[in-house]
Write a protein that binds this ligand. Structure first.
Ligand code: CAA
Length: 258
């Protein structure tokens, strides 16, 4: 598979996708998002991959959906073409954990792409924003839904209505990102986190991802019931036997991902 707008590599058990449209600050056009989807398909079907990292450049994770491509859209182009849903949702449906490593601008669709990932690790240079209001549109890839869930209504309204950017420190304080690291350590630290995750039992990691996501889709009782059922099913795994035997025998577990 060859790619024009992203770079796709494997680092140990981690799949790495680097958005690579530097002249347009990684603006997300249809082809680029299609390529992300194809790369995710490849990593999902590869048993040797346990976690995925999506990153951009030093200056921009992604400065949003491609404004030039959207500028002449009619309602019918957007509606019939199922704009956004058609290919962006692929990130959400990925069952393996996906970490966004964000440096520089993560604006509009760039912020929304990061929020579709399971964890955001930010460089101290990161700037998050939903500035669509300045263009006469609104966020269309989850900004009005995922941002309030991450940072609460007040900050989400502030960002979507005033278009102000949030820096990395504020983003961490507000709960949008899990860690802030020096810019020159962003990839190293993110790959290390991804490698840690990929070293655990893949089915367990997938169960954890599914269960945490359930917290956003259900009542507390239903979520707890879902978790309990999945927890019970973990006892069917060889990796559960190995993980607990290794603890008892005071050695490192050797997970076989089954
Ligand atoms: N789409 C298309 N091209 C973009 C772009 C975008 N979202 N963002 C930046 N670019 C292009 C610029 O047009 C420019 O191209 P040229 O050199 O050919 O002119 C190049 O990237 C560099 O950008 P700037 O010269 O503007 O760089 P800067 O450092 O002065 O400013 C910036 C950086 C503040 C990020 C500014 O580029 C900017 O405001 N970009 C737009 C951000 C935005 O509004 N994003 C939301 C898009 S709509 C959306 O995402 C909808 C949705 O919910 C899915």
């Amino acid at each position: 598979m060859s790619y024009e707008l992203i770079l796709v590599e494997t680092r140990g058990r981690v799949g790495l996708i680097t958005l690579n449209r530097p002249k347009a600050l990684n603006a997300l056009n249809d082809n680029l998002v299609d390529e992300i989807g194809k790369a995710l398909d490849g990593f999902e079907s590869d048993e040797g991959i346990g976690a995925i990292v999506i990153t951009g450049s030093e200056k921009a994770f992604a400065a949003g959906a491609d404004i030039g491509a959207m500028a002449t859209f009619s309602y019918m182009d957007a509606y019939k073409g199922d704009y956004i849903t058609r290919n962006w949702e692929r990130v959400k449906t990925c069952r393996k954990p996906v970490i966004a490593a964000v440096a520089g601008f993560a604006l509009g669709g760039g912020c929304e792409l990061a929020m579709m990932c399971d964890i955001i690790i930010a460089a101290d240079t990161a700037k998050f924003g939903q500035p669509e209001v300045k263009l006469g549109i609104l966020p269309g890839a989850g900004g009005t839904q995922r941002l309030p869930r991450a940072v609460g209504k007040a900050k989400a309204m502030d960002m979507c209505l005033t278009a102000r950017f949030m820096d990395a420190t504020e983003a961490e304080r507000a709960g949008l990102v899990s860690r802030v690291v020096p810019a020159d350590k962003l990839l190293e630290e993110t790959l290390a986190a991804a490698e840690t995750i990929a070293g655990y039992s893949l089915p367990v990691v997938m169960m954890i991802k599914e269960s945490v996501n359930r917290a956003f889709e259900s009542s507390l009782n239903e979520g707890l019931l879902f978790e309990r059922r999945v927890f019970h099913s973990a006892f069917a795994l060889n990796d559960q036997k190995e993980g607990m035997a290794a603890f008892v025998e005071k050695r490192k577990p050797d997970f076989k991902h089954d």
